[in-house]
Write a protein that binds this ligand. Structure first.
Ligand code: EPU
Length: 421
């Protein structure tokens, strides 16, 4: 298992570009089987999760060809309908096979995704939405067995106890594009990846309106054709590098970072005393290296502050002057990184779904362990700011969502290297 060795205290300076968005690319890759024709998706990030999704397509009988960041999908022989446990257990987004297979052939057998280190992640809303389109669902031997003689549009509400569900919106959209009549999704997720999925499906011949708002209307069509699409830059990766600059008192330009899609993070970084401006279509982040101010954060579905940036911003608040309170409303138990940050000298206490962070003058390097993707990224950021050496182990979690993170950070002056066992 690889590790990162980081010698903290280097001020980041220079330019970097982020890769295509993982969470946008995943549904697009799966949606490409809704047609029999070839689709080409470009700016696909080279990540373990994308490879897992491509493997599922191949197991279903689809031919794929990934060259660099361009993925060609040829689904004409996609004639299987089972996504097995061994693949689904690796990545929860595998459950997108459910909506895509139902949309493609009216039947699916998909392993029930298990528990997850960031807390309970049920799929009741996915199943409810699909049932309301006329899908019959049974749970048997750890598998979801779904079939529909006919998909019929319906009025479906996808609000859950922690807000709208990204995954349920994706699954219902992929089935509803092939349903008879009109489907209305209320309380749909408004995340940018939903807008992107709708754009891709519309370019395949679907008829989806309102994506990016809580009310999405889908008029079903009989057939979809192949399409070409380029994935948008990753906003979570952008936010992570913005915080990397801020935590090291650095000055970097993220050349393709989206200002608009990272506004909630920008607002909080500015409140902490970091300067952020739009520059040549990218985002420039500059911090003086002086004392950061404490900030209170409440994660929320888009356009709120993303849960996927919670651990990274927490790393920043550990060295701000004063008390910051971080409330996690989307995945209320997503605090695995806290004990590791405390081992680096941070002072964080968990009270329910709140983390109370009392800023300390300095973090001190330590061996720490990543337990999940974003928590792992938070530890890397803490290592960049800490005195001496930090070794982050189990970085396969980080590799799931950050393409070449160590190369990108080293390119702007960080002292970070991958140690392979
Ligand atoms: N929820 C339910 N029932 C459901 C589905 C979700 O109660 O049927 C709850 C979840 O337990 C959670 C909340 O609703 O509390 C939001 O879950 P959602 O379904 O929106 O999350 P997801 O689709 O499983 C995606 C991202 C996550 C990101 C969340 C929230 C992908 C592949 N994953 O997950 O990304 O945290 O939305 O924004 O897009 C990551 O990239 O590190 C990551 C975990």
């Amino acid at each position: 298992m690889d590790k990162f060795s980081i010698k903290g205290g280097k001020r980041l300076e220079g330019e970097l570009a982020v890769s295509g968005s993982k969470n946008s690319a995943l549904p697009l890759v799966m949606a490409s089987i809704l047609s029999d024709e070839v689709s080409t998706i470009s700016n696909v990030p080279n990540l373990a999760d994308i490879k897992s999704m491509i493997l599922i397509l191949e197991v279903l009988g689809t031919k794929t060809d990934l060259r660099g960041s361009v993925l060609r999908v040829e689904p004409s022989n996609c004639d299987k309908f089972e996504a097995p446990y061994d693949l689904v257990r690796k990545m929860r987004a595998s459950v997108y096979a459910l909506g895509a297979l139902i949309g493609r052939c009216g039947k699916a057998r998909v392993s029930f995704p298990g528990g997850c280190v960031i807390g309970p992640r049920p799929i009741d809303l996915h199943l409810k939405g699909l049932e309301e389109l006329g899908v019959q669902i049974e749970l048997e031997h750890g598998y979801i067995i779904a079939h529909a003689d006919k998909l019929v549009g319906n009025d479906i509400n996808l609000r859950g106890p922690h807000g709208p569900s990204v995954g349920a919106t994706v699954n219902v959209m992929m089935a509803a594009v092939k349903a008879e009549g009109v489907t209305i999704i209320r309380d749909a997720s408004c995340e940018p990846q939903i807008i992107e999925l709708a754009a891709f499906l519309n370019s395949m011949g679907a008829s989806i309106n309102g994506a990016g708002t809580p009310l999405v209307t889908i008029s079903g069509v009989k057939e979809l054709h192949g399409a070409k699409h380029s994935v948008i830059p990753d906003r979570i990766e952008t936010a992570t590098y913005m915080i990397a600059a801020a935590i090291t008192g650095g000055n970097i330009l993220i050349t393709n970072g989206s200002f608009e899609r990272t506004e909630a993070v920008i607002e909080k970084l500015r409140e902490a005393g970091v300067d952020i401006v739009e520059e040549n279509g990218g985002v420039r982040v500059s911090a003086s290296g002086g004392q950061l101010k404490p900030i209170d954060i409440r994660t929320a579905p888009y356009p709120g502050f993303p849960t996927d940036v919670q651990s990274q911003i927490m790393a920043l608040t550990t060295i701000a002057e004063g008390i910051s309170v971080i409330t996690e409303t989307v995945h209320p138990e997503r605090f695995m990184h806290v004990s590791e940050l405390n081992r680096m000298g941070a002072d964080i206490k968990i009270e329910g779904n709140n983390a109370v962070v009392k800023g300390v003058p300095k973090l001190s390097g330590a061996p720490v362990m990543a337990s999940e993707l974003r928590g792992g990224a938070g530890l890397v950021l803490a290592g960049l700011a800490a005195e001496n050496q930090t070794v982050v182990s189990r970085i396969y979690h980080i590799d799931r969502g950050y393409e070449d993170i160590e190369k990108k950070l080293a390119g702007v002056g960080a002292d970070i290297e991958r140690i392979s066992d």
